[in-house]
Design a protein around this ligand. Structure first.
Ligand code: NAD
Length: 286
C-alpha cells in the first residue's frame, strides 16, 4: 500500500503545508490534514465548494484527494489542558477531539497508523514586536505554538508511526541570523525547533526508527507570512541577493519535503535542509 501522511498546518492553498501535501500526493501517499480549529469551517467549505480544485491538480492531471480533515489546535495536548474560555468559545465549540492526543486517537481509530508526519505550523501573537519589547506571555505562546507543538505531535504520533517513517517541520533562517521584523520570540522558537530536530532525531530514531528533519525555507507570501508584515520585502531581498535569482515556489519546498520523507533520504536525519535559492550562504548583500 501507499504511505499515509498527516500534515498539520493546512488551512488554505497558499502555504507550505498545502504544497507538501501535493508533493506527497503526487508521490502516491494518502493525505490526511490537520487544520487549525478557528480556520476549519472556511477551509472545509472552500474544499467542498471546489474553490481549491485548480490548485489540487497534480502533474498527471488528477486532483489531490484529502482523505480526511482533522480539526487541530497544537497548543493543547489533551482536553484537560483546554481552558474554559476556549472550550466555550464559539470558534471551538463546533468541533471536537482537536487536541493533539485526541487527534492521534482519532487517526488510530480511523486508519491504525501513519508513515509520515509533517509539521507546517507556527504562531507568534507578538511577531510584529521586537524581541526587546516582547512579553513573557507572547514569547511563551510563540514557543508553545511553533516549537513545543512539534515535540507534542511527535511524542503522540510515534506509537502509531510505522518503523522507517519520517517527520519534517519548517523553519526559518531567523533562528541563526538576525532578521529584524521577525519578532515576538519567533526567532527563538525556530532556534528551539532546529535544536529539537537533532535531539528528537536521536530519540525517535532509537525508539521507533523514525527520521526527523527540518527544512529552512526561503520567503513565501503565505497567509501566516503576510501577517508578519514584511514578506514582500524579504521576497525582493532574496531575489536580489540569493545565488539563484528567481522567486521561490512553495512546490520547490514540497518536493524537498517529499524527498526527505521518502526512502531516497533513508540516511538523513537530524538535518536542517535549506530550500531558499541559496540565500543562507551569502554574507554580503549584493
Ligand atoms: P500558513 O499560513 O500556510 O501555515 C501556518 C498554519 O499554521 C496555518 O494553517 C494556521 O492555521 C496554522 N496554525 C497556527 N496556529 C496553530 C495551532 N495552534 N494549531 C494548529 N495549527 C495552527 O503559512 P506558512 O508560511 O506556509 O507556514 C508553514 C510553516 O512554514 C511555518 O512553520 C512557518 O514558520 C514556516 N516558514 C514559512 C516561511 C514563509 O516565508 N512563509 C519561511 C520559512 C518557514
Amino acid at each position: 500500500r501507499g504511505k499515509r501522511a498527516f500534515i498539520a498546518g493546512v488551512a488554505d492553498d497558499n502555504g507550505y503545508g498545502w504544497a507538501i501535501a501535493k508533493a506527497l500526493a503526487a508521490a502516491g501517499a494518502e493525505i490526511l490534514v490537520g487544520t487549525w480549529v478557528p480556520a476549519l469551517t472556511i477551509f472545509e467549505t472552500s474544499l467542498r465548494r471546489g474553490k481549491f480544485d485548480e490548485s489540487r491538480r497534480l502533474a498527471n492531471g488528477s486532483l489531490m484527494e484529502i482523505i480526511k480533515v482533522y480539526p487541530l489546535d497544537a497548543v493543547y495536548d489533551s482536553f484537560e489542558d483546554v481552558p474554559e474560555d476556549v472550550r466555550t468559545n464559539k470558534r471551538y465549540s463546533g468541533a471536537s477531539n482537536w487536541t493533539v492526543k485526541e487527534v492521534v486517537e482519532s487517526i488510530k481509530n480511523d486508519f491504525g497508523s501513519v508513515d509520515i508526519l509533517v509539521h507546517s505550523l507556527a504562531n507568534g501573537p507578538e511577531v510584529t514586536k521586537p524581541l526587546l519589547e516582547t512579553s513573557r506571555r507572547g514569547y511563551l505562546a510563540a514557543i508553545s505554538a511553533s516549537s513545543y507543538s512539534f515535540v507534542s505531535l511527535l511524542q503522540h504520533f510515534l506509537p502509531i508511526m510505522n518503523p522507517g517513517g519520517a517527520s519534517i517541520s519548517l523553519t526559518y533562517i531567523a533562528s541563526e541570523k538576525t532578521i529584524p521584523g521577525y519578532g515576538g520570540g519567533m526567532s527563538s522558537a525556530k532556534a528551539a525547533l532546529e535544536s529539537d530536530t537533532r535531539v528528537l532525531a536521536f530519540e525517535a530514531g532509537r525508539k521507533g526508527k523514525i527520521r526527523v528533519n527540518t527544512i529552512s525555507a526561503g520567503p513565501l507570501g503565505s497567509r501566516a507570512a503576510k501577517a508578519i508584515g514584511f514578506i514582500e520585502k524579504m521576497i525582493d531581498y532574496s531575489y536580489a541577493n540569493a545565488p539563484l535569482q528567481k522567486e521561490l515556489s512553495a512546490d520547490e519546498v514540497g518536493n524537498v519535503a517529499a524527498f526527505l520523507v521518502s526512502p531516497l533520504a533513508s540516511a538523513i536525519t537530524g538535518s536542517v535542509v535549506y530550500v531558499d535559492n541559496g540565500l543562507n550562504i551569502m554574507g554580503l548583500a549584493t
